[in-house]
Design a protein around this ligand. Structure first.
Ligand code: IPM
Ligand code: MG
Length: 361
């Protein structure tokens, strides 16, 4: 059955990196019989410019109908003066919310070829393979009340609310435990249970879910310590499960261990496995349009899409293998450049991955 993929390039480097990912999908469609259709729509700043809102109804409808969504990145200085409620980022949060994509999988895997690009010593990161499971549709990102109010004396007060129901915690913990069963069977739940009641409940529910998975080892860590441990001894972790905001922060830190945030893909899944796939990095407006952005995180996001939403694990492996081949060949974008390697642009990197896939057959 033909699968429908919605392509949302977004802003900044989004359109450039997504174009490279589309090359990979097109190649698979034309040469490997992958039955897909692709359709493009605006989101984020591009949608604000075109329609006045960051998530037009037409884009949301297409996303709801699609089997999977590929997103580049949203945001940029041009739209920063706008109120938070209508900024490009709201387009992304609206998609996560409306599609009920509560489970965000963010793998941090070190490609051995890039050990020198890591901010840590090679021995600390060699073989690194962590999966951060971030709750994506709740917590302080969505909690009410929120906003800035002005009192009678003219003083302003800002408020955001950290809120999690038991069922929200339970389902994300179950996702983490299920995935841990396919990995090294260790889950570290990250909270701030010593100070925030909401995450004290998180710890309690994580512990309850843990009793249903006696074959998986559960540990708990406060988020400040987890941030430190990620930099001190990252290989102690297998699966980390945490709240929306803690996951946002820890996944950027974990990304840097692998050499570049430009390498890391992500999957955001609903309860049925439908998903939105995007690199974890942002729109990098400072380097947009210069053909220097690294498209590999987006290309690897396509691999995750094939694996999690399209039921095509072999095609996913072909992409991952081709990325590894290209790194072996010494081609590097600026963010992962090291002495002795050959520097290439965004499009050259995408083309090289296609060539590497083509030579597999
Ligand atoms: C991410 C990003 C987003 C987030 C922004 C762009 C809203 O940082 O996907 O990690 O905070 O979730
Ligand atoms: Mg982030």
């Amino acid at each position: 059955m033909t699968k429908h993929i919605l392509i949302l390039p977004g802003d900044g480097i989004g359109p450039e990196i997504v174009a490279e990912a589309v090359k990979i999908l097109t190649y698979l469609r034309d040469t490997a019989g992958l039955a897909i259709t692709m359709e493009e729509a605006p989101v984020g700043g591009a949608a604000i410019d075109a329609t006045g809102v960051p998530l037009p109804d037409a884009t949301l409808d297409l996303a709801l109908q699609a089997d999977a969504v590929l997103l580049g990145a949203v945001g940029g200085p041009k739209w920063e003066p706008l109120p938070i409620a209508i900024r490009p980022e709201k387009g992304l949060l609206g998609l996560r919310d409306q599609l009920e994509l509560f489970a965000n999988l963010r793998p941090a895997i070190l490609y051995p070829q890039l050990a020198a690009a890591s901010s840590l010593k090679p021995e600390l990161v060699a073989g690194l393979d962590i999966l951060i499971v971030r709750e994506l549709t709740g917590g302080i990102y969505f909690g009410q009340p929120r906003g800035v109010t002005t009192g009678e004396d003219g003083t302003r007060t800002g408020v955001n609310t950290l809120v999690y129901s038991e069922s929200e915690i339970r389902r994300i913990c179950e996702t983490a435990f299920d995935i841990a069963r396919q990995r090294n069977r260790r889950v570290c739940s990250v909270d701030k249970a010593n100070i925030l009641e909401c995450t004290e409940l998180w710890r309690t529910v994580a512990t309850e879910v843990g009793t249903e998975y006696p074959d998986v080892t559960l540990s708990h860590m406060y988020v400040d310590n987890a941030a430190m441990q990620l930099i001190r001894e990252p290989k102690q972790f297998d699966v980390m499960v945490t709240t929306n905001m803690f996951g946002d922060i820890l996944s950027d830190a974990a990304a840097m261990l692998t050499g570049s945030i430009g390498m890391l893909p992500s999957a955001s899944l609903d309860a049925t496995g439908k998903g939105m796939y995007e690199p974890i990095h942002g729109s990098a407006p400072n380097i947009a349009g210069q053909d220097i952005a690294n498209p590999l995180a987006t290309i690897l996001s396509v691999a995750m899409m094939l694996r999690y939403s399209l039921g095509e694990p072999t095609a996913a492996e072909r992409i991952e293998h081709a990325v590894s081949t290209v790194l072996d060949q010494g081609l590097r974008t600026a963010d992962i450049m090291s002495p002795g390697m050959r520097r290439g642009g965004t499009a050259e990197m995408g083309d090289a991955v296609v060539v590497a896939m083509d030579s597999q057959v």
